[in-house]
Design a protein. Structure first.
Length: 244
């Protein structure tokens, strides 16, 4: 990549080159014209020979000069237009497949059914993975069931502890116990949606916005919740990729 610090020098040189050659050419033509008008021997022949050369020379230099200026201007215009893209337009230009967390990269996955997803174990796996604060729950065929946010688990365990549950009791709690609390069940049962593998981030955002409190979208082949997960789009991914 060219050093941006050289751009002012290059521009000044091109200005000097174009102006200098044009000026010298004009002076040369004027001198020859004066010689011709004074009847200088051979001046007319020299003028006839040199004038086309000078014209070609000046035309070539000026063509290069102005084409470079036009290219720079066009480049700046395109860059300015790109910066004017709205967040929605930027999301529409990005396929989910290029931004999703692929199935192989999804960490701390828990397997259903709900009564087998131990909460403390899930938190330990999430801590070990060191990737985010969300626990995807999939069945044996990778079909999505829930997305459990750590904040919900922490609140549920805290409420149980305050209610007098022992540490041993807390270690036995599963996702099924969380689903037994209506307000938590409402959140968990609407914790995600799905889009197909050819969707864009704009499609993922639209699906997310259609469900209250939804912050996660799974990518499946046909875009239904009953298919194996190919990838995962979070609200954080959409937010980061909508910035202009």
């Amino acid at each position: 990549m060219a050093d941006d610090s050289q751009l002012p020098v290059d521009s000044a040189f091109r200005h000097w080159l174009a102006g200098g050659i044009t000026g010298i050419s004009i002076i040369g033509v004027v001198v020859l014209a004066i010689a011709v008008s004074n009847g200088s021997p051979g001046a007319r022949e020299v003028l006839s020979t040199v004038l086309p050369v000078i014209g070609t020379w000046v035309g070539t230099v000026l063509a290069f000069y102005f084409s470079k200026e036009n290219l720079d201007s066009a480049t700046r215009s395109v860059a300015a237009i790109a910066k004017q893209l709205t967040p929605d337009e930027k999301l529409r230009s990005q396929p989910v497949q290029t931004r999703m967390i692929s199935r192989s990269q999804i960490a701390a996955v828990q397997r259903g059914p709900a009564d087998q997803a131990n909460l403390t174990k899930a938190l330990e796996e999430l801590k070990t993975a060191g990737k985010g604060d969300r626990i995807p729950v999939l069945d044996a065929q990778d079909v999505p069931l829930y997305v459990v946010h750590r904040s919900l688990v922490d609140k549920f365990l805290t409420d149980r502890a305050l209610a007098g549950a022992s540490s041993d009791d807390l270690k036995k709690l599963t996702l099924k116990d969380m689903l037994g609390v209506k307000e938590l069940a409402d959140v968990l049962n609407n914790s995600f949606d799905a889009v197909n593998e050819n969707a864009t981030l704009a499609d993922a955002k639209a699906a997310m916005d259609a469900i209250d409190q939804c912050q996660d979208i799974f990518v499946t082949k046909g875009g239904t919740k009953k298919e194996p997960v190919l990838g995962w789009i979070t609200n954080a991914i959409i937010e980061d990729n909508s910035k202009v």
